[in-house]
Design a binder for this molecule. Structure first.
Ligand SMILES: Cc1cc2nc3c(=O)[nH]c(=O)nc-3n(C[C@H](O)[C@H](O)[C@H](O)COP(=O)(O)OP(=O)(O)OC[C@H]3O[C@@H](n4cnc5c(N)ncnc54)[C@H](O)[C@@H]3O)c2cc1C
Length: 373
């Protein structure tokens, strides 16, 4: 463990904020705090930014380029003026593009109209593009897609592969220690922070804050459910007349033809299948083979088709996938201890909710928590 003496630890920066989690909430918070002149240090336990908007690379054929699957968030909508404005900017920069589906409601092969007429957007070339773009704006370096590295500019630092361990108070400041999940190396940050933002799923709050934090009790009721994700690839198109379907009367909640999203390779045709949260929880402990078999059978029934042999099938487990009943206030805060909590589960279980929660958390931090700094 890299340990520092008390005197070395006193290198405190004025107006410095540690942000834990580089999903959309953590990064929108970082960008807004930087805009207001604060120094931020974002810590992310994965080797890449984007959290539940990540995409995953799979080697389908020996010797050929691996292919990407958008296995988490599938698309997003923009309903608030603030997020819409950001989305229009992203559209101009070709970070996002409209996905035309088509979208249907599906019951045993019978298609009905999908609910809602919102424009559905996806990231380009993958759903992680939104977070990668924000990270590039904040840290001005790197692809942020993989690697164990630090990216830094004058006012911001990003440390990947940094699983933040329980935080410690040192007088009025916060000390951050983190563990590299690959190597097990524990690092203690030299600088102390004036405030912390936790932008992580609600079930993780208790493992990061000190046991006496009132925020643990306040956030405990906001549970999250799991989501299994089955990734399939076929050499030929399945020729189904939709790109995304909200499945009814089935273990499946959603299926999408990943290849139908803009700027994705058409073949092999890649499909993402998401069972419902309830079905995922019930079958979480089952072995991969059993889950794959049942989900593929549900896919055949929902689409009323016989699947050709898939080139590839893989199961991914999202543990804290979706808030069961999100809070409504947008963020949680302990002004005295200078801790703010953000994330989709604080406002709305969607990409837009995560973005807005990060933004609101940053404003509250600047306008209230660190007002006198
Ligand atoms: C399967 C699935 C499908 C979805 N489909 C849609 C959809 O179609 N449309 C839509 O709008 N939304 C969808 N969502 C929801 C959407 O993905 C989320 O609302 C959004 O991505 C949440 O962002 P966030 O920043 O709040 O959290 P996250 O993306 O979860 O970010 C939290 C980050 O914190 C990191 N972290 C956790 N603990 C630590 C620690 N101790 N130290 C350091 N880092 C830590 C995590 O690694 C992660 O990167 C879907 C989600 C899932 C899982």
């Amino acid at each position: 463990m890299t340990s520092k003496s008390e005197s070395e630890l006193s290198v405190k920066q004025v107006g410095s904020v540690a942000i834990i989690g580089a999903g959309l909430a953590g990064l929108s918070c970082a960008k807004e705090l930087m805009r207001r002149g604060y120094r931020v240090h974002v810590f992310e336990k994965c080797e890449f930014v984007s959290g539940r908007m990540a995409r995953i690379q799979q080697q389908l054929t020996e010797g050929k380029e691996p292919l990407w699957f958008d296995h988490g968030a599938q698309y997003f909508t923009a309903r608030s003026p603030e997020f819409s404005q950001q989305v229009y900017q992203w559209e101009d920069q070709q970070v996002v593009q409209e996905w035309h589906g088509p979208f249907v409601a599906l019951t045993d092969g019978i298609c009905g109209p999908a609910i809602g007429d919102d424009v559905r957007y996806v990231g380009i070339p993958g759903m992680d593009a939104l977070c990668v773009n924000l990270a590039q704006q904040c840290f001005e370096a790197g692809s942020f897609e993989a690697g164990d590295f630090e990216a830094e500019n004058r006012n911001a630092t990003l440390t990947l592969s940094a699983n933040v361990l329980p935080l410690q108070r040192i007088e009025k400041s916060w000390q951050v220690r983190h563990e590299n999940p690959q190597t097990g190396t524990i690092t203690q940050e030299e600088a102390l922070f004036d405030a912390v933002v936790l932008a992580v799923p609600s079930p993780l709050i208790g493992s990061i804050l000190p046991a006496d934090s009132p925020l643990i009790k306040q956030t405990q009721p906001f549970k999250m459910g799991p989501c299994l994700a089955v990734l399939l690839a076929f050499d030929e198109s399945l020729s189904l007349p939709y790109g995304g379907a909200f499945v009814q009367d089935s273990p499946l909640r959603w299926i999408s033809n990943n290849s139908s999203m803009p700027q994705r390779e058409e073949l092999p045709e890649r499909w993402i299948l998401h069972p419902s949260s309830e079905w995922s929880a019930e079958h979480w402990e089952d072995c991969d083979e059993k889950i794959l078999e049942q989900v593929c059978a549900a896919f055949e029934k929902a689409t009323a088709s016989t699947l050709p042999e898939s080139r590839f099938q893989v199961l991914y487990r999202w543990e804290d996938a979706l808030p069961l009943e999100p809070a409504s206030q947008g963020y949680f805060s302990d002004v005295k201890q200078r801790v703010v909590i953000a994330g989709d589960w604080c406002t709305d279980a969607r990409v837009e909710g995560a973005y807005l929660s990060g933004l609101k958390a940053a404003r509250h931090l600047a306008d209230v928590v660190l007002k006198d700094q």
